[in-house]
Every structure is written in structure tokens, then in C-alpha cells.
Design a protein around this ligand. Structure first.
Ligand code: CAA
Length: 285
């Protein structure tokens, strides 16, 4: 019988987690947002408030709908509050040791039949599943930034995923207004495998002095019909996240297109991470 999901937990309320919580709440599900860092929890709450406020201001949502959405999301610092969740989506930083600790904890606090999903963009879902006693109930549910706007969700199954689970998760993605594609557990899945090589290559072109960054952005936006040029997009994704994905892809593929461009690494080392830090390739202050 197909699984249905009513209450969803989202762990980690950074850019992606806050956006994912909003997606579920907008679609009428109850959401429990968990963030251990108190300041990050407040930022997550603010994100949701600002995003729904913007929708009201643009006439895309009534004040009543906004209030209903806000009422559907609970914020907490305690993982134990996930005890009634049907599904938990993890959106914490891409560090395997953090995932290991979190999934072991989730395995303890969540109902035995709950599904555990990771929003990882490049780490192995199979390895994450192996941190639990229920690897068959662990999937990847990879959203794109900004999560409330981008329609795709990559649903990642592994060799041990229970029959029918990826189909049920894909159905949930449809229910919350997304377009799911089912993909195998290979580094970068589909989008990042193709996209990050291109973005990294754009940094190499800049390093080689082929063109200025604004001109490369303009060229790809107006010549290739993309919504954003590569440097604007790198700033949106986050240079640290982009660098990390390139590293993982390079380890797996050994394809030089994924070897992180030195300039990308330098900007990350300097703390210029893109929109979230106020400056990356472009200034966002
Ligand atoms: N959060 C919520 N809503 C947002 C938003 C955000 N961060 N940014 C924009 N929006 C909304 C706006 O409110 C607006 O909504 P309405 O139409 O309801 O008013 C809508 O999106 C369009 O926004 P704008 O008019 O301001 O700007 P735009 O038309 O340039 O669109 C964009 C912005 C949707 C981000 C578009 O530029 C775009 O699609 N860019 C490419 C993004 C992309 O490729 N993302 C994937 C990155 S890869 C990834 O995420 C995977 C990974 O693992 C790293």
C-alpha cells in the first residue's frame, strides 16, 4: 500500500532547509523544523515570515493563507520532537560525520516506520542509509535553490531502498507542486553532475582572462537563454557548497572538468561565499 505523509520534519534551517519547510507548509502538511543553533533557528523562522510576506505583498497569497502556513510550522531545537513525523528531510551541512551522528539519532527518535530523507547534493545516500537500522527506508530528496521556486526534486533510491518507496516519495513531491525525477545514487545525481562542471569551467575561463565575469554572465544569460549567468548562480548556490560538490565529483569521476578551479577555492578560503555572506563573485551588500 502506498505511504502517505502528513507530518514532515525538516532538520537544519539554513537556506535549503527553510525553503523546504516552506514548500511542505504551503502544500498543507504539518512541519516540524529542527535547528540546534538558536540563531539559525531564528533566521529560519524569519525566512519563512519574509517569504510568505512577499507572496502576500505580490497578491499571490491572502493574509489568511499566510497565517495558516505559519501556524503549520513548529520550530524546535529538540530532535525528540520528531517522534510523530512520517518523514524527516535532513538539510544540514555536507559533512559526512555530521550526517552520521544525525541519522543515528533520527533512527533512535523517529517512529520505526518513518522515512528518513537526505537533501544531500553529492554525498552517498547509500552510506547515509547505512548509519541507520532502517536503510531500506532512507532515500535522497534533493531540492534546488531557491526551494520554493525551483520545481525539480531528484528522488534518489539506493540498492537497498524498499520497493515502492521512491515512487511514494515522488508522489509526495508532486503533491507539494514539484516535478520529481528518480535517479540512482551516483555523485551529483543528474543536475549537479552536469551543472557543476559547467560552473567550474566558467571560473577557469575567468582565470584565463577569456572574458570578464560580468561579460561571461551576460553571455550565458542572453546567448544561452539561462535565467542567470554562471557567477550569479555560483553566488546563489554558495561558493563553499559549489566547491565541495566539485571536490566530491572530482574524487568520483577523476574528470578534470570537476577539479575545483583555484580561484573558487581561494574565494571560499577568504570567506567570500556568495549571497549568504554578502559577497562572492558579485557584491550582494
Ligand atoms: N526564495 C523564495 N522565492 C524566491 C527567491 C527565494 N530565494 N528568489 C526568488 N523568488 C521568487 C520571487 O519572489 C518571484 O516570485 P513571484 O513570481 O511569485 O513574485 C519569483 O521567484 C521570480 O523571482 P524574481 O522575479 O525576483 O527573479 P527571477 O525571475 O530572476 O527568478 C530565480 C529568480 C527563480 C532564482 C531564477 O533566476 C532562476 O531560476 N535562477 C537559476 C536558479 C538555479 O539554477 N537553481 C539551481 C541551483 S543548483 C542547486 O540548487 C542544487 C545544488 O545542490 C547546489
Amino acid at each position: 500500500m502506498a505511504r502517505t505523509f502528513h507530518t514532515v520534519g525538516v532538520v537544519g534551517l539554513g537556506t535549503m532547509g527553510a525553503g523546504i519547510a516552506e514548500v511542505f507548509a504551503r502544500a498543507g502538511l504539518s512541519v516540524i523544523g529542527v535547528e540546534v543553533d538558536a540563531a539559525a533557528l531564528e533566521r529560519g523562522r524569519d525566512n519563512l515570515r519574509r517569504s510568505t510576506e512577499r507572496a502576500v505583498a505580490r497578491g499571490r497569497m491572502t493574509p489568511g493563507e499566510r497565517d495558516d502556513i505559519l501556524a503549520r510550522v513548529g520550530f524546535t531545537g529538540a530532535l525528540a520532537d520528531l517522534r510523530d513525523a512520517d518523514l524527516v528531510v535532513e538539510a544540514i551541512p555536507e559533512v559526512m560525520d555530521y550526517k552520521r551522528a544525525l541519522f543515528a539519532d533520527l533512527d533512535r527518535v523517529c517512529r520505526p516506520d518513518a522515512v528518513l530523507a537526505t537533501n544531500t547534493s553529492s554525498l552517498s545516500v547509500t552510506a547515509i542509509a547505512a548509519f541507520t537500522s532502517r536503510p531500506g527506508q532512507v532515500v535522497g530528496m534533493h531540492f534546488f535553490n531557491p526551494a520554493p521556486v525551483m520545481r525539480l526534486v531528484e528522488v534518489v533510491g539506493t540498492v537497498v531502498t524498499e520497493d515502492g518507496l521512491t515512487a511514494d516519495v515522488a508522489e509526495l513531491a508532486r503533491r507539494v507542486g514539484k516535478t520529481p525525477v528518480t535517479v540512482g545514487d551516483r555523485a551529483g545525481f543528474v543536475v549537479n553532475r552536469l551543472l557543476l562542471g559547467y560552473l567550474n569551467h566558467a571560473v577557469t575561463l575567468l582565470e584565463r582572462g577569456v572574458a570578464a565575469k560580468d561579460d561571461i554572465d551576460t553571455a550565458m544569460k542572453t546567448g544561452a537563454g539561462l535565467p542567470m549567468g554562471p557567477f550569479t548562480l555560483l553566488d546563489l548556490i554558495g561558493l563553499d557548497v559549489s566547491h565541495e560538490i566539485c571536490e566530491v565529483l572530482f574524487q568520483e569521476t577523476r574528470d578534470r572538468v570537476h577539479a575545483p578551479a583555484p580561484l573558487l577555492r581561494e574565494l571560499v578560503t577568504a570567506g567570500l561565499l556568495g549571497r549568504k555572506s554578502g559577497r562572492g563573485f558579485h557584491d550582494h551588500a
